[in-house]
Design a protein around this ligand. Structure first.
Ligand code: FAD
Ligand code: NDP
Length: 534
């Protein structure tokens, strides 16, 4: 454990006690000189002894970003990370959900599925491919896990390089400045921090039905499953479900998705329906308005699932794998939030941030970032940005806050869906139908022609205010590489992009992205929005 240091209520990072080394300039400075170098005002409060300037609980996207940034700014930082194994026994290393059981393995498996599709296309382009490709699940999981492990290692090296202390221990709050650390071997110690950041992320939920916990897997298990999933049922209908079902279908596993109400709740309805239409056309089976009732294991090892449909009728089928993708809960239950008075919602586990300082909890020196913050998008870049900005506010005296508005995202289904800003429904509700103009186009990517791929769902839509130059309040893109396309337009939208500016831009030909700057048909006109010709 680090030797105790003197810290002050603000800007403690820059002074390791007066007349000592300024950690930013690396020169011996008087306390006043140090503060004036850092353009800070000297805090008048009584110095308090803490082990660290910052203790971060959770070494995932947000926690690692915050701790590394704080250390770069001269703070003495400790980060704790601990992974409880999933009910199926899956466990992983440093880096949190994104690296281990989220974005990274998901995107790699999505890419693997797209490659399979590309091999089919390749034949039409003249490649001599003599066999129908099949996936070797063991090779896929091995290479994916190798990459994940390299990222785990990379994170450890970066923490060391940036002089962030790291403990593989489970943290909980004892008081507003004290954290209990429980190591894997059961050893318990405490450490104190001037500031504490909670960044413990979320874990998958299980529905309360017989057999769910015993027999179902979740996304925490899928990417390291030690056998091919085979015939799979994915329960749930949002990001995790559709992305996983999409690549499982693409990899050749017969896959069914069980939808309780709507696919992709909260997204633009038309786009969400096009996503599932495309998946259905690509071989994913959908059970709509169905809820699971029970799962049981049969003598042959298969899982018998009983469900109820929208008419109240019971039905069922057998599967090799059942995957729950019914949402996530914030991993805050064992943090001791009540002990120290951090306000949170016990049902979701989410911490309630302050209105004027969204990451600050009801205890002023305790902050929450990433997936555990109530009402904020659960996305890696959001957690990272919030963590970095918080470190700057704490240790560099900046005032910039995370802007959670117009955060772009992409759903990595076989046909990717990228969006930024409002859905059409949300815009109509906010501004009224008489004040909204929607431009749209169905298009066919050039690459689809030769292999005769169906492009019925390749679609773009710009939701604009009707007045003036028509500010774009929502942009939606369904097609190949949607993430790459949407990222650039998101920058423009955040800068107040108008429809007039967009269509005055010159396209890049021949691309799918150019369809965005070419959109000229309004929904209001009723004209056919299908793009024809080159
Ligand atoms: P996490 O990254 O989850 O990190 C929290 C860490 O804290 C974990 O390592 C956890 O084990 C640890 N921890 C928990 N409790 C304690 C404790 N008491 N003490 C010490 N350590 C603790 N987002 C995207 O932007 N793009 C995507 O493509 C994408 N794909 C996803 C795919 C899937 C299948 C899933 C499930 C999520 C995906 N996400 C994606 C979401 C993204 O992974 C999360 O938003 C992001 O990881 C949240 O970061 P975080 O720092 O809040 O938490
Ligand atoms: P969500 O909370 O978004 O969706 C949960 C889904 O499960 C909904 O379709 C919901 O249906 C359904 N559901 C809930 N309870 C039940 C039940 N008892 N029986 C049947 N269905 C049920 O969770 P996800 O896990 O999909 O995603 C979590 C977050 O992770 C996302 O919000 C996203 O921010 C992030 N993520 C991001 C990705 C990306 O950036 N590409 C990829 C994956 C995740 P209903 O609508 O009826 O409530």
């Amino acid at each position: 454990m680090a030797a105790p240091i003197v810290s002050f209520s603000r800007n403690a990072a820059f002074i390791r006690g007066c007349s000592q080394l300024c950690r930013r300039t690396k020169r011996p400075l008087s306390r006043t000189a140090c503060f004036s170098k850092c353009s800070k005002s000297l805090s008048t409060s009584v110095p308090v002894r803490h082990d660290y300037d910052l203790v971060v609980i959770g070494g995932g996207s947000g926690g690692l970003a915050c701790s590394k940034e704080a250390a770069q700014l001269g703070a003495r930082v400790l980060v704790l990370d601990y992974v409880d194994p999933s009910p199926r026994g899956s466990r992983w290393g440093l880096g949190g959900c994104c690296v281990n059981v989220g974005c990274i393995p998901k995107k790699l498996m999505h890419h693997a599925a797209l490659l399979g599709h590309a091999i089919h296309d390749a034949k039409k382009y003249g490649w001599n491919v003599h066999v129908d490709p099949t996936i070797d699940w063991s090779t896929l999981t091995t290479v994916v896990q190798q990459h994940v492990k390299s990222l785990n290692w990379g994170h450890r090296v970066q923490l060391k390089d940036k002089q962030v202390d790291y403990q593989n221990a489970k943290g909980s709050l004892v008081d507003a400045h004290t954290v209990r650390m429980l190591s894997a071997s059961g050893q318990e110690t405490t450490v104190t921090g001037n500031n504490i950041v909670l960044a413990v992320g979320g874990r998958p939920k299980y529905p309360d039905i017989p057999g769910a916990m015993e027999y179902a897997i979740t996304s925490d298990d899928l990417f390291m499953l030690d056998r091919p999933p085979g015939k799979t049922l994915v329960i749930g209908a949002s990001y995790v479900s559709l992305e996983c079902a999409g690549f499982l279908t693409g990899l050749g596993f017969p896959t069914t998705v069980m939808i309780r109400s709507l696919p992709l709740r909260g997204f633009d309805r038309q786009m969400a329906d096009l996503v599932t239409d495309h998946m259905e056309g690509s071989g994913t089976r959908f059970l709509r308005q169905h809820v699971p009732m029970a799962i049981d294991k049969m003598d042959n090892g298969q899982l018998q699932v009983v469900w109820r449909d929208g008419n109240g009728q019971q039905g069922g089928d057998t599967f090799d794998t059942v995957m729950m993708a019914v949402g996530r809960f914030a991993n805050t239950g064992t943090l001791g939030l009540d002990t120290v008075g951090v306000e949170w919602y016990s049902e979701s586990g989410k911490v309630i941030g302050q209105v004027e300082n969204p990451e600050q909890s009801s205890v002023p020196n305790i902050y929450a970032i990433g997936d555990i913050l109530h009402g904020r998008p659960e996305l890696t870049p959001v957690a990272i940005k919030a963590g970095r900005l918080l470190a700057h506010r704490l240790f560099a005296g900046t005032h910039e806050h995370m802007d959670y508005d117009k955060v772009p995202t992409t759903v990595f289904t076989p046909l990717e869906y990228g969006s930024v800003g409002l859905s059409e429904e949300a815009a109509l509700e906010r501004f009224g139908s008489e004040n909204v103009e929607v431009y749209h186009a169905f298009y066919k990517p050039l690459e689809f022609y030769i292999p005769e791929r169906d492009a019925s769902q390749c679609y773009v839509k710009a939701v604009c205010k009707l007045d003036g130059d028509q500010e774009i309040v929502g942009l939606h893109f369904l097609g190949p590489n949607a993430g790459e396309v949407t990222q650039g337009f998101a920058v423009a939208l955040r800068s107040g992009l108008t429809y007039q500016q967009m269509v005055s831009s010159v396209g890049i030909h021949p691309t799918c992205a150019e369809e965005v700057v070419k959109m000229g048909i309004t929904k209001r006109s009723g004209l056919d929005p299908t793009v024809t010709g080159c």
